[in-house]
Every structure is written in structure tokens, then in C-alpha cells.
Design a protein around this ligand. Sequence first.
Ligand code: ATP
Ligand code: MG
Length: 276
Amino acid sequence: MFARKGSVLSESIVIAKLGGSLITNKDRALSINLKGLRHVAQAIRKSNLPSGSKKLILVHGGGSFGHYYAKKFGLTTSFSKIDPFAISKTTGAMLELHTKLRNILLEEKVSTETIPPSELLNESRTRLSTMGSRRLNDCFANDLIPISYGNVDLSSKGASILSGDTICEAVAKSLPVERLVFAMDVDGIYADKGLRGSIISRLRNENQFTSKSRKYDVTGGIARKVSLGFRLAKHGVHVFFVNGEKGDRLLNILVGKSDAKATSIDIGKSEVRNWK
Ligand SMILES: Nc1ncnc2c1ncn2[C@@H]1O[C@H](COP(=O)(O)OP(=O)(O)OP(=O)(O)O)[C@@H](O)[C@H]1O
Ligand SMILES: [Mg+2]
């Protein structure tokens, strides 16, 4: 379906998930982390992506905007009937965060185009939709960086939360994604949920660390993110967890330098297989 000449299938794609832990102060309701946003915007500008056939797709999370209202109003990752006021309040907060992020990217001359997840993904939110694939191609053709974000998802069964991480997984399963970079407010994955000691530079299995979720988290936090990372690594995606607020680490990972301080998932080459 996607194998058109000059289509996204012929590109080499990096996905950067800008975590809510990085772009907001996650434990403080409705609080933007301006320093984190600025740092991210500068790293993306310096990466010079997109360039030639190397493309960048941005996805961001909800942090203390989306997660705060989701928690307050009982929105979860399963569909249920929710007060329309609560839905509108939550999507409004996400729009606010999204607009703030876009504006700061623009100040750094990083030009993005929004593709909402309901447009980007298929009905089951597991792959790209036909429309999503076309929109990505059209962004790339116009040198725009496509950006999507975790948000409230609606169906006849009610409302649920679709996380930015789930969007990344659906995109990475549909396209030739070379690298998936989770930019967060911590240096990588720590063995200990108290975030003590040094990070694990090569994560070989999911039992190597313990975790706990942040105050407002409704989408499973780091444990779910790491499981997702392993699923994608088994299919050939290079997965990294990096602090988006420190030095040039994010920039180095975006441009493929391997010596930046970060955690990468290492499953050994023999385990890599293709999607069925
Ligand atoms: N062992 C661990 N190693 C690294 N981070 C951990 C660990 N245990 C818990 N954490 C927490 O996980 C957080 C990152 O996951 P989280 O889902 O909160 O962030 P995010 O994906 O950036 O946010 P969002 O879901 O809003 O996009 C870190 O801020 C850290 O406090
Ligand atoms: Mg999260």
C-alpha cells in the first residue's frame, strides 16, 4: 500500500518522541518546561533533519497537561463513557501544549506540520492509515517535519487515552524507521527505580531494571515504554532513551553518533526479524 515511488517507504526515518517528562514539569499540573522545550528545539535545528532521504517524525507526550486531566477525569487507555466537558478540557490542554511546542520549534526555525493521531493512524491505532501515509509524504515533499501527539481518542464505545508511545509504535511498524529516540528528563534507564547509580548503557532484557510511574501518569510510564522498545528492536529499529535537556546528547543520537550518554536496547543481531 505504501510502496509508491518517492514515498515514505524509500526514506530513512528517525522518530523522536519528545516525552511529557521533558517538555513539561511532569509532577506539577499544567506546567511547561521551557528549558526542556528550548533545548529540544535547538537540538532538532542543529541536526539539520530532514536532509536528503533522511527524514524526521516528531511525536510528543502529554506530561502534566494530558496526564493531569486524564487522571482527574478518569480517562484511561481503555474506552469508557466520559463527560464531554472532561474530554474537551483534556483535548484543549493538549492543544495548548502542542501549540507552545510548535511555537518554540518555529522560533528555532524548525518548521512542523501537525498530523493528529486520528488522521495518522488506522482505526485500531496499530498502523498508519492511508490518509496518514499520504500526509507524511506530503509533509516530506514540502520539507516540513510532521508532528503528532498523544491525545484523547474517541470511538462509539467512549473516550480513551492514546499515548504518544503507541503512536510511535504504529508508525515504526508501518515505515522503514531506522531509529526511535525517546527524549526524557532522565539520562536513560536506571537499574533502580530510585534512579540511583549510573544508567544501563545497553539494556539486554526487561528484568534488568525496576520502575515506578510519575504522579500524574496514566499510560504506564517507563515500564511500558521499555516493553515497546524491545518489541520494535526485535524488528530492527534502533531504540534509544536519552536526556533531552543535557548537552548535545539528543543531537548526537538524532544524527547517529553512538558515543552519546544514553541507554540503547541491545537484543543481539540474531533476534532481529521482519514484521509478518
Ligand atoms: N528505572 C527507571 N529508569 C528511568 N526512568 C524511570 C525509571 N523508573 C521510573 N522512571 C521514571 O520514568 C519517567 C519517564 O517515563 P514517563 O512515561 O513518565 O515519561 P514520558 O514518556 O517522557 O512522559 P509522557 O508519557 O507524558 O510523554 C522518568 O521521568 C523517570 O522519573
Ligand atoms: Mg509516558
